[in-house]
Design a protein around this ligand. Sequence first.
Ligand SMILES: Cc1ncc(COP(=O)(O)O)c(C=O)c1O
Length: 419
Amino acid sequence: MRDLFDKIYRDKGPLGKWAEYAEGYFVFPKLEGEISNRMSFNGKDVITWSINDYLGLANNPEVRKVDAEAALKYGSAYPMGARMMSGHTDLHEQLQNELAAFVNKEAAYVLNFGYQGMVSTIDALVGKDDIIVYDVDAHACIIDGVRLHMGKRFTYKHNDIESLEKNLDRATKMAEQTGGGILVISEGVFGMRGEQGRLKEIAALKKKYNFRFFVDDAHGFGTLGATGAGAGEEQGVQDDIDVYFATFAKSMASTGAFIAGDKEIMDYLKYNLRSQMFAKSLQMQLVVGALKRLDMLRSDKSHKEKLWHIVKALQSGLRERGFDLGTTQSCVTPVYLKGSIPEAMALVKDLRENHGIFCSIVVYPVIPKGLILLRLIPTASHTLEDVSITLDAFSAIRERLENGTYKKMAASVMAAMES
Ligand SMILES: Cc1ncc(COP(=O)(O)O)c(C=O)c1O
């Protein structure tokens, strides 16, 4: 019999195999300094385009003050225990009420972590006779939630309504046999490519099919819609979303998350979300911080306006220079280039070391082989000067990618990796 760890000694996985060369620089980099448009990496100042602090609240002095005062008052332990047992407070309830009102739903439930909350919400909403139909490009937390499902599941092609309909037909036939119902899951904004989920078209299908609609709006909350209530508000279909999810880890620049919907459904979920029933409640310091951030989202539109000013300058600047941004319809700004993984590494090193630009790099297996995705996240804390420096840097690296400079550098990288 084999030792369980044998396979791990042999194969570190598609990303892990690059660890020796990539760790500390391309993966697990250490960005230092206060969270803002300019931070320090490897001892150098860089313009940071890789932090989901969309509204620039992470380092806002008013927010920091409230966070600090709450930490002083409550410490990081309070309340101890799961919500159901000993981890519930008036302020958790207040936050839920305010969040529900903000996203235009009857009720909300605060979650300690978004990922686990999503997994548990999917798990709690479906039984073995139910069928899940979800976008094939769904975030890992949706995939993991679906993995727990004991019944049937179908994926539809990314944002493809025809494919969704085909799968709704199949799901409907199957549900008629099992006696179950159908849950459709989409993201409000797909975080890698920046496309909005086609919530309006999906919602319209409710006239033809019987299903409930669950939207993970991690990137839409705070950034889209007239009031910032997200992709559902932006597309005018918030009422058709049966369960709405958003995390505090992006626009709210914190930790935690929430779901919102009809009161009866939220009441059911609060008694059935395993990741909340059997894990510690969101600590008070974060609850107080979330109340402050929500207040700022509601009362001060200038953060969102500033964000979009930067988004527009960055995206139109890149497009004017002929860069391929795919089909983004949000703040997420993907730049697609063609090249191998070693070329991508040489290019990113050049961007960071010689141009002072820090952005995330995504390669195969997350995207198809031969493509390099540089993902930029504009925020309200960026400036037009940051945009202008970045546009020049991108033009320079594209030229070097096209004239083979990185290919030559990549050859030496490969040789170093093989030696
Ligand atoms: C689409 C999406 N859903 C869920 C999550 C998980 O949220 P959290 O970081 O609060 O666990 C993320 C990442 O933050 C995300 O991008």
